[in-house]
Write a protein of this length. Structure first.
Length: 379
């Protein structure tokens, strides 16, 4: 693997950075206050093709790889992680369709999913499930040429926005095995009883979803009849890409925290000179820079492996474990560099510190990532 960006990758990096600074940054205060995602912003990102960056052109994608995808995620999260996460969940559903759907389903769903007027959701979590598919209570029952779906999902990103949702259900006729079904959000029987008020990621719309006799065509079964009852396989395959997104978001936030601390240390003067000259500050920044560099390289290596279609379970868990803890260390040390000012909303560090915590929780808590990271070594 060549760790140097190609000319095209550098152009993408610069394009996403400029867009994020010019189009996303001015909306951050509004998103933090209103706790919503402006649809016009999502539409602009989709129009640029960044929701389809890692998909083949025949399905409406740009024909790039997961390396380009993580470059986009890093640069977007560097400015505002909530927006990067909104796009990444769309990518999880896209990965679900790309890897497991039939060719007919790919041709039907992917072009609209990647370029149309919607943003995807991925709905597994329930109040009592954790990561256990056997604990699912949301049911699907076949009724002729339709599915009838009943149940409730919690902590579902983008559920309040239009688009497709990949929903995991207990398939009653399959002995309770898990089946994944694609549904259009907003369909009859679909409702959002709650949008969460969160500690961080305020611009990310996370909701509970109620499904009351929701009916969709039986042909919306992801992967068709052959994948019925194999929803857990779909879950594992799709969440690996979700973890890769989390890793890239962690790197972007860590980079932003490092940049803010370096800038502050050069401008803040004590005893007649910038604090950047003080050994204690240099030590903190040295640690931060090391974490950012290693995390960045780990994400690129994992993205390269994803682009080759290789099994990611262990690598994604290890990379997620390291990057999520690295961004926590970097944000915390940035606060030490900046002192009391870091605790105010005048600087972005307090927001990054709050947002970064979620990288240790979503797509599986770090305690689970440790077990996955060890599994292939202990077989």
């Amino acid at each position: 693997m060549n760790f140097n960006y190609t000319e095209e990758q550098l152009m993408l990096k610069e394009s996403v950075r400029k867009f994020s600074e010019n189009e996303i940054a001015p909306l951050v205060k509004w998103m933090e206050t209103e706790k919503r995602t402006p649809w016009d912003l999502i539409k602009k990102i989709k129009d640029l093709g960044w929701c389809g960056i890692q998909y083949p052109e025949k399905y409406g994608g740009s024909g790039n790889t997961y390396v380009e995808y993580v470059i986009m995620q890093i640069e977007m999260a560097r400015v505002y992680c909530s927006t990067a996460c909104t796009i990444s969940v769309n990518g999880m559903l896209g990965a679900n369709i790309m890897k497991f759907a039939t060719e007919e389903q790919k041709m039907k769903f992917l072009p609209e999913h990647l370029n149309g007027d919607g943003i995807g959701s991925f709905a597994f979590t329930e109040a009592s499930t954790g990561s256990d598919p056997n604990a699912l209570r949301t049911t699907c029952v076949r009724d002729g040429d339709e599915w009838v779906i009943n149940g409730e999902k919690v902590f579902i990103t983008n559920a309040s926005l239009p688009g497709l949702m990949g929903i995991f259900c207990k398939d009653v006729e399959m002995g309770g095995k898990c089946t994944n079904i694609l549904i259009p959000k907003g369909i009859k029987g679909y409702s959002i009883p709650r949008i969460y008020d969160k500690m961080g990621m305020h611009g990310l719309e996370v909701c509970d979803v109620l499904l009351d006799n929701v009916r969709v065509p039986y042909e919306n079964t992801t992967g068709g009849e052959a994948m019925r009852g194999k929803g857990f396989e779909v879950l594992l395959g799709s969440t690996q890409i979700g973890k890769l997104s989390v890793c890239a978001q962690a790197v972007g936030m860590a980079q932003a925290a490092l940049e803010a601390a370096v800038k502050y240390s050069k401008e803040r003067v004590q005893r007649g000179k910038p604090i950047a000259y003080f050994p204690t500050i240099q030590s903190l920044i040295g640690d931060m820079a090391t974490d950012v560099m290693v995390a960045h390289q780990a994400v690129l290596a994992t993205a390269f492996k994803a682009s080759e279609g290789k099994e990611l379970a262990s690598d994604a868990a290890r990379t997620r474990l390291f990057t999520s803890e690295a961004v926590h260390r970097v944000a915390s040390k940035a606060m030490q560099v900046m002192g009391a000012y870091s605790y105010t909303t005048e600087f972005p560090i307090e927001r990054i510190f709050r947002d970064a915590k979620l990288t240790e929780i979503y797509e599986g808590v770090n305690e689970i990532q440790r077990l996955i990271a060890a599994a292939d070594l202990l077989r």
